[in-house]
Design a binder for this molecule. Structure first.
Ligand SMILES: Nc1ncnc2c1ncn2[C@@H]1O[C@H](COP(=O)(O)OP(=O)(O)OP(=O)(O)O)[C@@H](O)[C@H]1O
Ligand SMILES: [Zn+2]
Ligand SMILES: [Zn+2]
Length: 986
């Protein structure tokens, strides 16, 4: 019977729920009073200016109306929003008076990217919507859920002899959990931890918990449990907090031939789910024809009513509808009861299992087992709606992922956010839990961080996924971009700040949007399909910015908030952490479980773009950054900035020293090494530096490898060491600047990413051009002064010929280009000239690169490029011709053989050669090939014939990749040319 425990739980929870309810109402009120409709739309709680797509009659005679964005305005996509099935919404006229009144309220039944469907209740007679009107839809405070929760708690409090009596006493600690016994699997492929969980769950007398970390096959396990229970003759009620999770179970159970019935509004329109909805089952039942006829009659009367202007006529039609509805209801009720009794598994959302729904037609002892999936995402009180109907419960979920969203921080802090699953684990510990430990999703490099941080290091990757990479997907080229499971792009010090004028709840960062776009582009060019990529950001604003930038070009790319991705997976996940500010605030990100969810969506690649300086202020984020720095590939955003326009990059780094120290991405572990290990390590890294120096081209000036030392010091010493390194690099650069004979300064590949960052920053400060080249471990920076600083007058040499050939006609372009001459040199801090200078430099680089890979016949290429440079951007057609032509001719000096059909690509210099010249030793790549061969032999212990490079020239994926890359280069160049000439027009 009821007890102190139950009573105190109920009274405390009722209080907290009331507080939560107040917070919700207060928030809604505050928003509606203080925010414009537009702002409300940005918050995702309101949709403006929708038109009606279609209307029809649904279950219980409800009117179903689909609303869509106006077709006339851009792509018909709804703004990012938080509407979902079951939400109660108000409908408002969009135009007219300043205080529009609510037309009526309804329940959302379905939301897609392009439409939202709302069911209007039969009590709202006379809802007649003009098909050409514009409407606003606003979320209303939903007290249905609150009422259901309160009712369940009150029933719990007075519960005496129902089916759940024993269960209540176990779940509140009055009786110990017990065991039953079981045998043969439906799914023989279950792994050991899954089998153990199923046996355990079936053998428990009253309660079992299945803890399923990401990708461990929790649903697979739950399905097996349910099938076994059904085989034992049990009637099962199966719930989950979200419609999507319920639909997932419906699909999986139906595939196994279970007699399932779905209550409520399915979120999926898939036939496989719809046909098990009450709606559809009724339609297949004996009563269906009659019911359909009644509905048809209703639709007819409804449309007559729309045309009727006469008041009397309208009210008689309204009466007629009322009659028809009554008939419909009683016929549907009979059908429902029959159907419910026949089903062996009934599925609904937690709150959908309410007594005021169809379940009221069933006897109280009907269910034997209640299963709650995604239990850790549910309010405990919502679980009790279903739990009160069964003898035994099985709870599945992962309490290390996101808990239910709660608005009242106070209520959350006092325990409202503690799920039943968490509470029971605290109470009973391992005795009621089995954890699934084999995961079938992530490359082990992606998994390991989460495993250590969240799951006591217990997860193992199944061999089928352990090493899988993007490049293993069909049609994907084998490239650096597709061969790394972890990629960190650090924007620290690059000036890619978050937007400053936004509120706490929504943050954006344009720089990160641009970097994500570049990575999406790189993956797309490598052959990764957009549908296999997810872009995740923690803020709605950033989600919208990302969609603006990417959705047109990649309609299949999914871009969502973290919360929207729970329970999902993608081959590649690109995570933009957004926050970048001087204060080091991380805000919303600081929920460990949110980050765990985001990271564990990724199967083959996790790319994170963030400002490590800012996000490191949070321990958990820091652990991810450290882990990725240690086990993944790290790049600084500077390596992407060549392709970006740094709008807010500042050369003023007055407050820098402290910041720069923070951006060090050396893993912390190293700092704890013993003295002897430290000195050993130092020697190793020194040797490594020397090796790299030797490998680097010998005709350029080289930096001593001293800067490539490690920081093994305490924090304070760390900072001064970082300072010293910075000074050292600055000195090197200054010496180089002063030496007229040196054109390029080469930094060795042994630099850490932090040191590379410093080189980029300082070069930028000193007005030097800085480019990183090479891949993976070979990545190194070349600094050059080929381009004069912005303060110097524009070069004349390449402009003169243009003027002399057309002396009379002066184009806008020329006038513009002359501008700098007339003005006194601008100070180096001028953003506009910095920007223009960058644009110009980038174009020259492109032009130079293409020329050097094609026209330049200087044996070793790239170094002769400066002289040719910017003539090219005056004549793009010639350049494109050159690219196309040169690409079809052998790149060897003086050889004119065509390589269109029989060409071979050299992987060291990336050029096409005819069959006589394709061997690296012949055309000058011999050293690189040998070095590579040595590396491969020592790494793989395999000896390859010839120069040690497996012949990859026939890999069709790679060929396709190169073709796409060339296409997109040409497209880029063409479109740049277009925007350029457009710019010049005004
Ligand atoms: N025993 C198994 N053998 C092979 N593959 C499995 C096994 N169990 C699960 N999987 C695979 O792992 C993936 C996830 O399984 P499932 O859908 O059951 O988990 P989920 O509950 O949806 O996800 P999560 O475990 O992240 O909550 C599926 O692709 C499934 O085929
Ligand atoms: Zn070569
Ligand atoms: Zn040749």
């Amino acid at each position: 019977g009821a007890s102190m425990e139950v009573e105190s739980f109920v009274s405390r929870t009722l209080e907290l729920l009331q507080e939560e309810r107040k917070a919700e109402i207060e928030e809604t009120r505050a928003w509606q009073q203080n925010l414009s409709l537009k702002n409300l739309q940005q918050k995702g709680v309101c949709l403006l200016k929708l038109q009606i797509g279609s209307q029809r009659t649904g279950m219980h005679g409800r009117l179903l109306v689909a609303f869509e964005p106006r077709k006339s305005i851009g792509p018909p996509v709804l703004p990012s929003n938080s509407f979902g099935p079951g939400d109660i919404v108000g409908l408002f006229e969009s135009e007219g008076c300043s205080q529009p009144s609510q037309l009526c309220s309804g329940v959302v039944t379905h939301v897609t990217q392009v439409s939202i469907t709302v069911a209007f209740d039969d009590t709202q007679d006379g809802v007649s919507l003009e098909s050409d009107g514009l409407y606003n839809i606003m979320k209303l405070a939903n007290d249905v859920t609150y009422k259901r929760l309160t009712r369940a708690l009150n029933s719990l409090n007075v519960y005496r002899n129902g089916p759940a009596a024993h269960l209540i006493s176990v779940l509140f600690g009055y009786t110990d959990p017990g065991a039953l016994s079981h045998q043969k699997w439906f799914n023989s492929g279950l792994d050991d931890s899954q089998k153990e969980a199923v046996s355990f769950a079936l053998s428990q007398k009253d309660v079992a918990i299945i803890h399923g970390p990401p990708g461990t096959g929790k649903t697979t396990t739950v399905v097996e449990v349910i099938l076994q229970a059904v085989k034992q003759g049990q009637k099962v009620l199966c719930c989950a907090p979200s419609n999507v999770a319920v639909d997932n179970l419906v699909e999986r159970l139906a595939k196994c031939k279970a007699k399932v019935l779905r209550l409520g509004h399915p979120a999926r329109l898939l036939e496989s789910v719809q046909k098990h909805s009450l709606d559809a089952v009724i339609a297949q039942s004996d009563n269906s024809n009659i019911i359909a006829d009644v509905r048809k009659d209703m639709d007819k009367v409804l449309s007559q009513m729309k045309k009727a202007y006469d008041k009397g006529q309208r009210s008689s039609l309204r009466r007629e509808i009322g009659e028809l509805r009554k008939e419909l209801k009683s016929r549907e009720q009979m059908a429902i009861t029959q159907i419910l009794k026949k089903a062996t598994v009934i599925l609904a959302t937690n709150t959908g299992a309410t007594d005021d729904g169809p379940l009221k037609y069933l006897p109280s002892e009907h269910f034997d087992l209640v299963v709650i999936d995604e239990c850790a995402q549910a309010l405990e009180s919502s679980c009790w709606i279903a739990l009160l109907k069964g003898h035994k419960c099985i709870l599945a979920g992962d309490y290390k992922q996101l808990p239910p969203t709660i608005k009242s921080q106070n209520a959350a802090a006092k325990g409202l956010s503690v799920s039943l699953m968490e509470r029971l684990i605290q109470k009973y510990g391992d005795s009621v839990v089995r954890m699934l430990t084999t995961q079938y999703r992530m490359n082990s490099a992606i998994m390991q961080w989460a495993s250590e941080q969240m799951y006591q290091g217990k997860l193992t990757a199944h061999p089928s996924v352990e090493k899988h990479l993007l490049r293993d997907l069909a049609g994907v080229a084998d490239l650096e971009e597709t061969s790394t499971p972890l990629l960190l792009i650090d924007t620290a010090g690059c000036g890619l700040n978050e937007m400053e004028d936004t509120d706490e709840q929504s943050k954006g960062n344009q720089g990160e949007v641009d970097i994500v776009a570049l990575h999406v582009k790189a993956l797309a060019e490598a052959g990764v399909q957009a549908k296999d990529i997810a872009v995740i950001a923690p803020y709605n604003l950033q989600v919208d910015l990302l969609r603006q930038k990417l959705s047109n070009e990649h309609p299949d790319l999914e871009i969502r908030s973290v919360d929207g991705f729970q329970g999902r997976e993608k081959e590649a996940v690109l995570l933009s952490l957004v926050r970048s500010n001087r204060k080091g605030e991380v805000g919303f990100l600081a929920e460990d479980r949110r980050l765990n969810v985001a990271v564990t969506r990724a199967r083959r690649q996790l790319m994170v773009v963030c400002d490590s300086q800012t996000v490191r202020n949070h321990d958990f984020l820091k652990s991810l950054i450290d882990y990725m720095s240690k086990h993944g590939e790290v790049r600084t955003a500077f390596e992407y900035l060549e392709d970006l326009v740094p709008e807010n990059y500042s050369r003023n780094h007055k407050d820098e020293p402290a910041n720069v120290k923070e951006s060090s991405s050396k893993p912390k572990v190293k700092k704890q090494q013993s003295k002897t290990e430290q000195s050993k390590e130092k020697n190793v890294s020194k040797n490594k530096g020397e090796r790299d120096c030797q490998a680097a081209a010998s005709d350029t000036h080289e930096l001593s490898s001293k800067t490539a030392s490690d920081f093994h010091k305490t924090k304070a010493a760390d900072q001064t060491e970082s300072q010293m390194i910075k000074e050292e690099i600055r000195q090197q650069l200054l010496v180089f600047l002063g030496d007229e004979n040196k054109k390029e300064l080469l930094f060795p590949a042994s630099l850490s990413s932090h040191e590379r960052l410093l080189v980029h920053q300082l070069s930028e400060e000193l007005g030097l051009s800085h480019v990183s080249r090479g891949v993976a471990k070979q990545r190194h920076i070349t600094v050059s002064k080929q381009v004069p600083g912005p303060a110097e007058p524009a070069e004349t040499p390449f402009k003169e010929p243009a003027e002399s050939t057309k002396p009379e006609i002066r184009t806008n372009e020329e006038v513009l280009e002359k501008e700098p001459d007339r003005h006194p040199p601008k100070p180096a801090l001028d953003f506009k000239s910095l920007h223009l200078e960058r644009m110009r430099r980038e174009q020259e680089k492109r032009a130079g690169k293409n020329l050097s890979t094609t026209l330049e016949t200087n044996l070793k290429g790239d170094k002769g490029q400066p002289k040719k440079k910017s003539k090219a951007h005056d004549d793009f057609d010639a350049l494109i011709d050159a690219v196309v032509k040169a690409d079809s001719v052998c790149a060897f000096v003086k050889c004119k053989a065509s390589v269109l059909t029989l060409g071979q690509l050299c992987l060291y210099c990336n050029r096409q050669y005819c069959l006589s010249h394709h061997i690296p030793e012949v055309h000058g790549c011999g050293d690189k090939a040998k070095a590579q061969a040595r590396m491969r032999i020592s790494k793989e212990g395999v000896l390859y014939a010839g120069s040690g490079q497996k012949d990859k020239s026939m890999d069709p994926n790679k060929k396709a990749y190169l073709q796409r890359k060339l296409d997109s280069k040409l497209k880029d160049m063409a479109s740049q040319r277009k925007t350029k000439s457009k710019d010049k027009e005004h």
